[in-house]
Design a protein around this ligand. Structure first.
Ligand code: G
Ligand code: G
Ligand code: MN
Ligand code: NA
Length: 250
């Protein structure tokens, strides 16, 4: 209960910030973009994980305002980066079903004069399960605008393949439970291979998540997955450091 009013307070007082994790091309490790990840620096409790407060904010509806803040803030930061860099934002299932999401995104892009192609919205598979009609309408409108849609944590949901058939997507993010594994984990790599092949057949991008070693990078490249993120390629960092990293690379 306490956390509920704390969330309102957090938005008002600027206790949220976004960290950015590099998304890299594996052939030369070039940074293609960043995934924005919300952080809450609570005045008393210190850093609170989004894994804790995002589910709560979905229950009490605060996710709508928090989600809008995330989109606006990610766009503000993106406008400071070179044109070829993109940003990926996690959108919670509830927010993605609201009719207002389309306008929220359009406004944020316009306010910062951004090409819509530079913004990717990441949805989890659970988002696609309930109330598919509203969601499908939003996805169509957003894609028509030029915004990219990625399916996050692919392979962890119950009906991944149905969703690939029913929704137009731009990218599949291979869940780290199939990537951040030992060389000998044949089953996990077989799934990663199958998802990569399927992405190619569907002409959508494949992104490996959770890469923590150079062996995993080599393996992904052998599978034909050319893009990845993970602690080995870069940890989530604040916007200032992300900007410096881009400048170093340039
Ligand atoms: O960054 P971290 O591993 O702590 O994130 C934990 C979870 O919180 C992940 O599943 C991630 O997708 C989710 N998450 C992080 N930032 C956001 C955000 O801005 N919005 C939503 N809806 N989820 C987020
Ligand atoms: O659910 P989603 O994929 O959005 O979750 C993103 C979360 O994954 C972030 O909280 C981020 O901190 C975490 N993450 C990113 N890279 C790695 C990694 O290499 N290993 C692990 N264990 N977690 C990672
Ligand atoms: Mn994500
Ligand atoms: Na993910």
């Amino acid at each position: 209960r306490q956390m509920e009013s704390d969330l309102t307070q957090a938005l008002k007082c600027g206790e949220f910030r976004l960290d950015y994790q590099p998304i890299c091309r594996l052939s030369d490790r070039a940074i293609l973009g960043f995934e924005a990840l919300i952080r809450w620096d609570h005045p008393l409790r210190g850093l609170v994980s989004p894994a804790e407060f995002i589910p709560l904010s979905e229950e009490n509806g605060m996710i709508v305002q928090i989600g809008e803040w995330v989109i606006e803030e990610a766009c503000r930061q993106l406008a400071e980066w070179p044109e070829e860099v993109h940003v990926a934002v996690n959108v919670s299932p509830m927010q993605m079903r609201l009719p207002s999401i389309v306008e929220v995104v359009r406004r944020a892009l316009a306010a910062h004069d951004l090409a819509p192609q530079r913004l990717t919205l990441e949805l989890t598979e659970t988002a696609l399960v309930r109330d598919g009609a509203h969601l499908a309408r939003n996805l169509i409108a957003l894609r028509a605008m030029g915004v990219k849609i990625a399916m996050d944590d692919f392979g962890t949901g119950y009906s991944s393949f149905t969703h690939l058939r029913d929704f137009e997507l731009d990218q599949i993010k291979i869940d780290r439970s199939f990537v951040n594994v030992a060389q000998e984990d044949h089953k996990a790599w077989a799934v990663a291979q199958a998802v990569t092949n399927m992405a190619r057949e569907l002409s959508v991008g494949a992104v490996g998540e959770g890469v923590e070693s150079s062996e995993q990078i080599t393996r992904l490249m052998e599978l034909g997955c050319d893009v990845a993120q993970g602690f080995f390629l870069g940890r989530p960092m604040d916007g200032t450091r992300a900007t410096a990293l881009l400048a170093d690379a340039a």
